[in-house]
Design a protein around this ligand. Sequence first.
Ligand SMILES: NC(=[NH2+])NCCC[C@H](N)C(=O)O
Length: 472
Amino acid sequence: MASQSHKINGVSLTALVITTAIGSGIFALSSDLAIAAAPGAALISWAIVGFGILMLAACLNNLLNKRSDLEGIFAYGKAGFGPFVGFISGWGYWMSAWLGNVAFATVFMSTLGYFFPIFQRGNSPLSILVASVIAWLLTLLVNHGVESATLMNTIITVCKLIPIFTFIVVAIVLFNGHIFTTQFWGNFRGTLTLGAIAPQIKSSLMIMMFVFVGIEGATIMASRAKSRKIAGRATLIGVSCLLFIYALASILPYGYLSRAELVQMKQPAMVFIFEKMVGQWGGSFISIGILVSILGAWLSWTMLPAETLGMMAEQGLIPKGFAKKNKHGAPTLALITTASMVQVFMIVLVFAERAYEFAYSLCTASIVVCYAIVAAYQIKYSWQNRGQKGNRLQLLIGVAALMFQLVVITLSGLQYLFICLVVYVPGIILYALTLKQNTGQYLNRLEWSASVLIVSGAVITVALMIMGRINL
Ligand SMILES: NC(=[NH2+])NCCC[C@H](N)C(=O)O
């Protein structure tokens, strides 16, 4: 066991929450958001998403303290609702982790395109080829026991935060109230109706959720924190800081360029907005920040999904082989499986019209499964212990968090959730085989029914994709 002095303190853990959550999202945010919404609606959306994510962070905080015996985010699913739900949650988390890397890949390549125009389209066959090589190289590194070391993490954090803060400061200086308010509610005439704003809010939700993926980082590191209390608090403070940074970075540009101009920005938008603000050097400055930020995040998100598979295997949810470590202490089978999935989806991206949006929406949709299960467990636990002080409030927090996740996914992510079902199919087979090996039985009746639903959903999705009814 690590001695007390080697344990992570609150400040480092808060920094960890912030840096694991900042990958590619913030750099592309402004134009993604401009496509979806005018500044008025974007602000309302931040308030809604901010509230929902804070509720989720409050659940993670609470459960970290009350169920300090559980480790990892999907352990709550298993503890609250049995192994099958634990599997659903873990598989969702795993999927989200590597799908996010697919999203990283497109932004990474289009940022490289700033220096080498041939890569400008992040999902051209050549870009995907290079991105695949990078993904496999990172896998190879992790397989040789390379972990993002503390010093490297600090350097990466500085490299990504400096460009972001510089951008925010310059954007504040150049902020023009007139431009900002001209089309505050969008391009409408007459009185402002909910009908005019609601669709804008709806289209902002997925990208806003995506940028928060990773806040559960402190939960995963909780066992290495000085105390569970500290880990929980780090999540809450980290989320509040993130909300502040994201809202500033995405809203300020509306006071510099018109929405029409923002929509036209090449991706990643922050590069080109900043270049317009300060000149050529600005573009390179932000681009380098992005490349470092993504590479750093990509490396940690290469380890995470493999570790997740390993933990699931240890808990008897998938075959033991996934937990087997090589001589460098890395789970080779889990790493290769994950990298192969990344490879398949990268190839799919070549055919996607808006590749980045497609990848981040899938990443968000699959983690919502996992987040919703956390919130559901918070409700169950608080209800069972409702006699204890404070648990009624926790119950309400759980309900708010769950409602938020369900509403977001229903409003804007259903088609992505359906695509995720397809990836659940091989997982269910692995789960059933493992169950048989451990207990001598395949699925029980409830698990059967759930599996039939999932597999049917997957079949329908594939059929709809073939018929061209679901577009990539
Ligand atoms: N590889 C991943 N799972 N990435 C998810 C994290 C994405 C991160 N929130 C971002 O803004 O870019």
